[in-house]
Write a protein that binds this ligand. Structure first.
Ligand code: THU
Length: 265
């Protein structure tokens, strides 16, 4: 088998192993995407659905927003567990700085890039001892430095902590199609799912240009579904962080439990 075909097969096998991490209780569509970086490391993204269907995050959007908020733009290829949709192809073709070659229906190559042998997923989980709210908002503030914000120039960062001391961060990632912009909070939450982390109890949000800024309505709906027991801490700049419970952020929220496939008769 030629080396290209070998790598392509390897990627396809790998992406299939990530599909089980998807959160797809409404459709059952367990889907994953892998972004292969030039050094052979890769970034997974899985499908993350929401009861308010339109807020669902595709595997491709999840993977790209994870990569960009890590500052990783050195992309060689993107592989999907299912054929790319029209909107996924539109997302990639609108990105400046890349020209793509679609091979079959599940592999996108960056024209001119070489195809390295895939190694390991990029390690993005930090371990933080002695965690407190101040440390949490500081991590969120630092994460905001990686925001990709050509449209707004408004950076937002989010850190999500797990009881075991693991922390994941995310920043807002913008796109020329505004409907494809992902906020920092949803980026961090969906990244945590791609990396197989469970339900978080603590979310930290920092809007450095607007101390005290709180999550938008879309993020509130996603937070309340994915992290219903979380405390959400807001960066108040030089003042101590302020907190609210996830459920307080969206009183009377829409719950999708009745829509879940396991609940249907
Ligand atoms: N943004 C967030 O990242 N989180 C929010 O909760 C509010 C808004 C981002 C989205 C967009 O990139 C910019 O801020 C302006 O809305």
């Amino acid at each position: 088998m030629d080396p290209f075909q070998n790598v392509a097969n390897n990627l396809l096998q790998k992406v299939l192993t990530y599909t089980e991490r998807s959160y797809a209780p409404y459709s059952g569509r367990m889907e994953a995407v892998i972004i292969l970086l030039e050094d052979g490391s890769f970034i997974p993204g899985v499908r993350v659905e929401n009861a308010s269907f339109q807020l669902s995050i595709s595997a491709l959007l999840n993977a790209f927003t994870t990569a960009f908020s890590l500052g990783r733009k050195d992309i060689s290829a993107v592989i999907s567990s299912v054929p790319f949709s029209e909107s996924e192809l539109a997302y990639t073709s609108a990105l400046s700085g890349y020209s793509w070659e679609l091979v079959g229906s599940q592999l996108l190559l960056v024209a001119g890039a070489h195809l390295p042998v895939p190694t390991e997923a990029v390690e993005i989980i930090k371990h933080v001892d002695h965690f407190d709210p101040q440390r949490g908002v500081e991590l969120a503030r630092t994460a905001s430095h990686h925001a990709l914000i050509p449209q707004s120039n408004f950076p937002v960062g989010c850190a999500i902590a797990f009881p075991s001391g693991e922390v994941i961060t995310g920043a807002n990632v913008e796109h020329s199609d505004w409907s494809q912009i992902l906020c920092a909070e949803r980026n961090a939450l969906s990244t945590a799912i791609s990396y197989g982390l469970g339900e978080t109890k603590a979310i930290y949000v920092s809007c450095p240009k607007l101390p005290g800024g709180t999550p938008c309505g879309a993020c509130r709906q996603v937070i309340v579904e994915l992290a219903p027991h979380a405390t959400v801490w807001m960066d108040l700049g030089s003042d101590a962080p302020a907190s609210m419970m996830a459920t307080e952020l969206l009183p009377g929220h829409f719950s999708g439990d009745v829509l879940k496939r396991t609940q249907k008769s």
